[in-house]
Structure formats: C-alpha cells, structure tokens
Ligand binder design. Structure first.
Ligand code: DAH
Length: 398
C-alpha cells in the first residue's frame, strides 16, 4: 500500500468513526509515536539533504491532511453529542421548586407570642427581669423573709457567694438588671439577701417593674424560671408568665374579668368557666387559686363548661390574688394609694393544655421530629383578628 492509498483509507476511516474513542484509535495509528505518519516523518532524518527536500513536502502535506480531518471530525462529533444532550435534558419550568428546609416556632415561643398579643389588646406591656436574681427580689420583697417556710417549697438553685460581694461589685458581676436600681428606702439588708440565685418564679419582675417605673403598672412578664425538680411534669428550667396590674381602686372583680377574658381568647372558646378558690401566697392577700371547668370527652379533658356538672371537673390552672400591701410597700409605692392584682401561670402548661402534648420533658429535648410536629410556621404571627392559635408548621400538617 502506498502513502496515497493509506491516506485515503485513513480519511475514509475518520469519516466513518462513530465516536471519540474510534477517532482516537485512528489518530494513534497514524500520528501517535508508533504511527505510520510519524514513522514517515522520522525517516526524513535519515535521508540525504536533496532527497529529504523532495520528500518532505509530500509527507508534511499527508500529516496535515490527516490531522485536519481528525480535528474536523472531532468537532462534528462534539457538536452532535451536545445536540443529543440538549434534546434529552429538558428543564420543566412548571415543576414546583423543591422546598428549602426551614425551622419552626417552638410551642413555648408560640404561646408567649399569643399571650403578648392577647394582653396587648387589654393594654398590657411586656416586661422582663434577670434570670440570675438576688434573694431579695426573688423572696424577701415578695413577703418571704429569710425564715419564711414558703421558701422551702421552691427548691432553689443558689450560686456560691462571690468573693466580690459585700464590696458592692458582686451584683454587676452576675448581671442584675441595670435598669432597675435598688429601692431608695426599702433595700436588701442582710448578707443573705444579696445572695444570687436562679429565679424560681417570674414574680420578682413585679417588684422590679414597680421599682423602676412606679405606678400605674399593667404588664405581663413571660420568661424562664428554675427549680431543682425533674419528672414528666417538672423540668429544672421551665416557663412562667406573670401578670401585674397596679392602679387606684383595683379589686378582685378586675382580676376575674381579666383572667376570664384572657383564658377565653387563649383557648379560643367562649364557654370557659372560672372558679376562684381561696388559697395562700405570701405575695398576695387575699390569694386565689383559679380553676377552669372541663368536660371528659372520650376520656380526654376538654376545657370548657361548668366543672360542677355531671361528667365535668375542675382543673387547677393558675395562682393569683390582690398584691399584698407589704409587697407594694417594699417596691417603693404607697399601698394606701395603689392597689392591684397579680397572677402567675406556667407557659409550658398552657401550651400542653392547648396543643395536647403530655410530656413536658419533650419540650426541651430538641428532637427535630417533635419540633416539626408541634412547631408553628414562622409566617403565622398570632393576632386577635386573624386567630390566636396560628397554623402548626408545614411538617405537622404533612
Ligand atoms: N409565683 C408563684 C409560683 O411560682 C405563682 C404566682 C401565684 C404568681 C400567685 C402570682 C400570684 O403573681 O399572684 O408558684
């Protein structure tokens, strides 16, 4: 076979090559290290100059002819491949976009938002206080002096006394709120009253609010509280909401109306019935325990209706009362001029009752499956007009 035949054979093979692999095999056979065109080029080196000058152009031409044909075929194959891919990979712009993972609002946050919304409608502001509290605000100013037996019921977490305490530096050190200074007249006296602790209830916010803003007062104070206690219905950290109204001429009727209005809005039922039962709290006088009537439906307690009727019962829900004049006094106000009521209720308990969870510990496990199920959509802010109980998140609906 002479060179001309070889070239035309190669060109035919290139033309017929079905894919890039076949084309590469042809290139290697002709132009690769051991290829026949490469061999022909190498043979030029061994020729005497005149002969080389004669032979070279033909060999060079053969080389470019084959190389160009390969390049052209390669471009054609690439184009065909792209064409085929574009034809097979279609993009359906009408398909819904895949949903990005998003978080949900924890039931405790949801209920706190609902509370803020309901009470805002009645003119209440939201107040806060420090979770690291001193003994005086948590107990003494709430009419629980150091010897008071009620202190024993609180299972308090105390801090080790700070070496800076007593030098006037201890408080800032553990972050008592700077916006509520010590009262000018009544103030923590003993070393014990400066002792720091994790607040056992939200009631110290009552004292702090009266001291920092004076009267009148209309606030709720939701937040974390701590007690050394743990079982299915108790966790060392839980949530309460405190309510406080201080004004002139406030009486028990205001308390009852406020709680009734709140509970009807919160549980989204008009038939909520309250029962006020005499009780005792050091910081209120008189004190009442508030029960709500429920009916048993399929063995489950459903709030609503008069608890005295057959098949019904009363459930203890919250503590409240008229603020003890001693608390008003210790908070720097004149109890002859200012009276009021207060209440305190577990936020977690409200959430469990409204949304039907039965193990409090699950609230704080951080299990995403639980959060997906019981969480709320961040886009559904509770409003009185739009419905207080917002939509449960997409996960729960699915
Ligand atoms: N602080 C009480 C507790 O944690 C709850 C409470 C009861 C708060 C009666 C109040 C109240 O404001 O008036 O057990």
């Amino acid at each position: 076979m002479n060179d001309e035949q070889r070239v035309s054979e190669a060109l035919a093979a290139i033309e017929a090559a079905a894919d890039a692999d076949a084309l590469e095999a042809i290139r290697i056979a002709a132009l690769g290290k051991q290829g026949w065109i490469s061999a022909a080029l190498k043979s030029l080196g061994a020729m005497p100059p005149e002969e080389r000058a004669k032979a070279a152009p033909a060999i060079q031409a053969m080389r470019s002819q084959v190389a160009d044909a390969i390049a052209a075929k390669k471009a054609a194959l690439d184009a065909a491949e792209l064409e085929a891919r574009l034809a097979s990979e279609t993009l359906d712009l009408t398909l819904p976009a895949p949903e990005a993972p998003k978080g949900s609002v924890h039931p405790v946050s949801q209920v706190m938002d609902e509370l803020a919304e309901i009470f805002a409608d009645m003119g209440f502001a939201v107040a806060t206080g420090p979770e690291i509290e001193d003994d005086w605000h948590n107990f003494t100013a709430l009419n629980m002096p150091e010897s008071h037996p009620a202190r024993a019921m609180h299972d308090t977490f105390y801090f080790k006394p700070s070496p800076l305490q007593g030098r006037g530096l201890g408080e800032g050190d553990v972050s008592t709120s700077p916006d509520s200074p010590r009262p000018p007249a009544p103030s923590p006296e003993g070393e014990g009253e400066r002792r720091m602790l994790l607040r056992t209830h939200t009631s110290p916010v009552q004292v702090r609010t009266m001291m920092s803003q004076g009267a009148p007062v209309r606030i709720i104070a939701p937040g974390r509280v701590y007690r050394s206690d743990s079982d299915a219905t108790h966790t060392p950290m839980f949530h309460q909401v405190e309510g406080l109204v201080i004004d002139r001429g406030i009486h028990l009727g205001h308390l009852k109306w406020t709680l009734e209005t709140f509970l009807k809005a919160f549980f989204e039922r008009e038939d909520i019935v309250l029962r006020l039962r005499p009780s005792y709290f050091p910081f209120t006088e008189p004190s009442v325990e508030v029960d709500v009537g429920f009916a048993l439906e399929n063995g489950k307690r459903v709030l609503g209706g008069n608890g005295d009727e057959p098949g019904h019962g009363w459930m203890e829900l919250l503590g409240s009362g008229m603020v003890n004049r001693r608390v008003i006094e210790m908070s720097g106000l004149d109890p002859h001029e200012w009276q009021g009521f207060a209440f305190g209720v577990g936020v977690d308990r409200l959430a469990m009752l409204k949304y039907g969870m039965d193990d409090l510990r699950a609230f704080f496990d951080g299990d995403v499956r639980w959060l997906r199920h019981y969480g709320f959509s961040p886009f559904d802010q509770p409003t009185l007009s739009g419905g207080i109980g917002a939509q449960i998140s997409a996960g729960a609906r699915a």
